[in-house]
Write a protein that binds this ligand. Structure first.
Ligand code: F6P
Length: 561
C-alpha cells in the first residue's frame, strides 16, 4: 500500500493545527510561563551542548514533532543509512560517510565487501604521505623539500578541508617540517594566479581533489598549474635529470573516486589516493579529500576528528529520539520551516576559527536538501530546505543583524561557541587579555540570542519609544556550545549537522545525497563557452544572453585583419 504524502499524514496535520495557536505565542510569554526551559530543552553529547529553549515551541510541540519523526520512520532510516543500504535512490548507492570514521577494529560488510579494511588502508597511505612531508622528505623535482601545498578542488573537494584546516590551525604540530596549505577553487583562476605569483615552483605541490575528476573548475586550474611548473622547472637552464615525468610525480597528488581519470591526467599511481562512489562529495572530508587537513594538523589530530564524528554517529544511532541531538536540531528546523513558515536560517559562530563554517554548511544543507520532488519523483507540497547563510557572529553584528532585529523576515539562527578558550596560552598577561576577549565574545553571543528572543522586553525600562527604536523579538534560535574547539568536538559538530540534514530529508521524503540541480547550468555553460569562442553561432540564444555575449565580443581585442 502506498504511503500518503508527508503533509497528509496524521502527525503533520496535528502539528498544523497546533501551530495555528502556538505560532501566535511570543517567546517572551513561553519563557515567563515555563521556569526551567533551559533544562527542559537542553541536551549534551560528544562534547557538545545544544540549547533549544529559545525555539518558539512548547513541550507539547516537541512531543508532536517526535511523533512526526516516528511516523516518518526516522529510526528505521538511520539504521538503513548506517548499515550501508542504497539510501541514495536516484543514484542507486549507499551514502556511507559514517564508514570513513569507523575505528579500525569495527566491522562493516556492505554487499560482500569489508569497508573498514579499505578505509583504513587509505588512512594508512595518507599517513605515509603526511609523514614524508613532515619529515621534509617529500622533495620537488630539483631535490628541495616541498614547502607549500595548493589544494585544487571545488565544492565538497574544497569547503570541508578549507573549513577544518582553518578551525584547527592551533593544532599544527610544531616539531615537524612546516608545510603551508592553500586552497584554489574558482574557475576564474583568481586564487591560483595569486599563489603562482608568490610561490616557488621548486617547493610547491598541487593536490588535485575531485571525486569525479571531470569538474571543469578544478581541471582548468590544474592545467594552468601543470604548465606553470613545466615552464619553470623544465624551461631555460634546466637541471640535469629533471624531466616531465619527475615533475608530474613529485609535484602532483590526485584524490578521486576515478583512478582511471587520474592516471589519464598524468598522476603517478603511487601518488593517487582513492575514495569511493558511496561517499558524497559534500560528505567527503573524512577520507582522502581530508589530506590537506592531515598535512596541517598531523595524522593523530586527523584521527581525532574522525573519532569525534564517530562519537556523534554512535549517539545518533543509539540515543532515544527525545535525547538525540541531530534529531532535535532537525525537528526545530522542520517546526520553523513547515509550521511557522520561517524560511531563512542564519549560522553564526562566535569563534574566528570557524570562519568558513557557514560556507561549509551552505553546501551541506542546501545542496543536500534543496529539493522539490520526493524519493518517488513526485512534487512535494511543502517547503524543504530554508535559505541558509551565515558569517562570524561578531562581524555579522555589524553587518546584517539589523535585519534580524528589525527587518520583516523571520529568521532562525544557530549560535555556536566554545565554552572555554585561551586558558592554555603560556604568557599570563596575554592569556588574561585573550580570556577576557573570549568572555566578551560569549557575552555578545548570549546577549544577541536574548535580544532576538525578548525584543524590547529584554530591558527593564520599556517605556514609550519611537518605532525605529523598538525590537519585536520572537526570533527563534538554537545555541550550540562546544566544550572547547578540538579535533574531536569539531568532528562531532560537523557530524551533527550531517545527520540533521538526513533526518530532515527523511521527514520531507527527499534524497539528500544527489544534486541533479547543478547539471543544467554545467551543460549550458559548455554551450555558451563554444559560442564565446566563436565555435558555434548565436542562433537559439535568448535575447539577454545574446546581448551579453555581444557585449563581451565588443570588448575583446580585435584579431589582426
Ligand atoms: O557541481 C556540484 C558538485 O558535484 C558538488 O556536489 C561537488 O562537491 C563539487 O561539484 C565538486 O565535484 P568533484 O569533487 O567531482 O570535482
Amino acid at each position: 500500500m502506498s504511503h500518503p504524502p508527508v503533509d497528509q499524514r496524521g502527525a503533520w496535520r496535528a502539528l498544523k493545527d497546533h501551530a495555528a495557536s502556538m505560532g501566535q505565542r511570543h517567546l517572551r510569554e513561553l519563557f515567563a510561563e515555563h521556569q526551567g526551559r533551559y533544562s527542559t530543552f537542553t541536551r549534551h553529547a560528544a562534547g557538545l551542548t545544544l540549547d533549544l529553549s529559545k525555539q518558539r515551541w512548547s513541550e507539547q510541540t516537541l512531543d508532536m514533532l517526535l511523533d512526526l519523526a516516528r511516523d516518518a520512520k526516522v529510526p528505521e532510516a538511520v539504521h538503513r543509512l548506517l548499515a550501508g543500504e542504497r539510501v541514495n535512490r536516484s543514484e542507486d548507492r549507499p551514502a556511507l560517510h559514517t564508514a570513513l570514521r569507523l575505528p579500525a577494529d569495527a566491522r562493516l560488510e556492505v554487499e560482500g565487501q569489508d569497508l573498514v579494511a579499505s578505509v583504513h588502508a587509505t588512512l594508512d597511505r595518507m599517513e605515509d604521505m603526511v609523514e614524508r612531508f613532515h619529515a621534509g622528505q617529500w622533495r620537488g623535482a630539483t631535490g628541495k623539500p616541498i614547502r607549500d601545498v595548493v589544494n585544487l578542488g571545488v565544492g565538497g573537494s574544497d569547503l570541508g578541508p578549507l573549513m577544518v584546516t582553518h578551525a584547527l590551525a592551533d593544532y599544527r604540530p610544531d616539531d615537524v617540517h612546516r608545510v603551508d596549505v592553500h586552497f584554489a577553487s574558482t574557475m576564474d583562476g583568481s586564487q591560483l594566479a595569486d599563489y603562482l605569483a608568490r610561490l616557488n615552483p621548486e617547493t610547491t605541490l598541487f593536490v588535485l581533489s575531485s571525486k569525479s575528476f571531470t569538474t571543469i573548475d578544478t581541471l582548468s586550474n590544474a592545467r594552468t598549474a601543470r604548465d606553470w611548473l613545466k615552464a619553470r622547472l623544465l624551461g631555460g637552464a634546466r637541471q640535469e635529470g629533471v624531466d616531465e615525468s619527475l615533475v608530474m610525480r613529485q609535484h602532483f597528488i590526485g584524490v578521486s573516486a576515478s583512478p582511471e581519470k587520474m592516471a589519464e591526467w598524468g598522476i603517478a599511481p603511487a601518488h593517487q589516493l582513492e575514495f569511493w562512489e558511496w561517499v558524497g562529495g559534500r560528505y567527503s572530508l573524512w577520507g582522502a579529500i581530508g589530506l590537506p587537513i592531515a598535512l596541517v594538523v598531523g595524522m593523530a589530530n586527523f584521527r581525532g576528528l574522525l573519532a569525534g564524528a564517530h562519537a556523534m554517529d554512535r549517539h545518533f544511532h543509539e540515543a532515544p529520539l527525545a535525547d538525540n541531538l541531530p534529531v532535535l536540531l532537525a525537528l526545530a528546523g522542520i517546526w520553523n520551516v513547515n509550521f511557522l513558515d520561517i524560511r531563512a536560517h542564519s549560522i553564526l559562530p562566535y569563534d574566528g576559527r570557524l570562519e568558513y563554517f557557514a560556507a561549509y554548511l551552505e553546501q551541506l544543507e542546501m545542496e543536500s536538501n534543496g529539493k522539490s520532488v520526493t524519493n518517488d519523483g513526485e512534487p512535494v507540497g511543502y517547503s524543504t530546505c530554508p535559505v541558509l547563510w551565515g558569517q562570524l557572529g561578531p562581524n555579522a553584528q555589524h553587518a546584517f543583524y539589523q535585519l534580524l532585529h528589525q527587518g520583516t523576515q523571520a529568521v532562525e539562527c544557530d549560535f555556536i561557541a566554545p565554552r572555554v578558550r585561551y586558558d592554555d596560552v603560556a604568557d599570563p598577561a596575554t592569556r588574561d587579555h585573550l580570556m577576557g576577549q573570549h568572555r566578551l565574545t560569549l557575552a555578545n553571543c548570549f546577549a544577541q540570542s536574548r535580544a532576538l528572543m525578548l525584543g524590547d522586553a529584554a530591558v527593564a525600562d520599556d517605556g514609550p519609544r519611537p518605532g525605529h527604536r523598538r525590537y519585536r523579538g520572537n526570533q527563534p534560535s538554537s545555541t550550540l556550545l562546544l566544550d572547547r574547539l578540538t579535533p574531536q568536538t569539531l568532528g562531532a559538530l560537523v557530524a551533527l549537522y550531517e545527520h540533521k540534514v538526513f533526518v530532515q530529508a527523511t521527514i520531507w521524503d527527499i534524497n539528500p545525497f544527489d544534486q541533479w540541480g547543478v547539471e543544467l547550468g554545467k551543460t549550458l555553460a559548455g554551450e555558451t563557452q563554444r559560442i564565446l569562442r566563436r565555435e558555434a553561432g548565436l542562433e537559439g540564444m535568448d535575447d539577454s544572453t545574446r546581448g551579453l555575449i555581444e557585449a563581451v565580443w565588443a570588448a575583446e581585442p580585435q584579431a589582426d585583419a
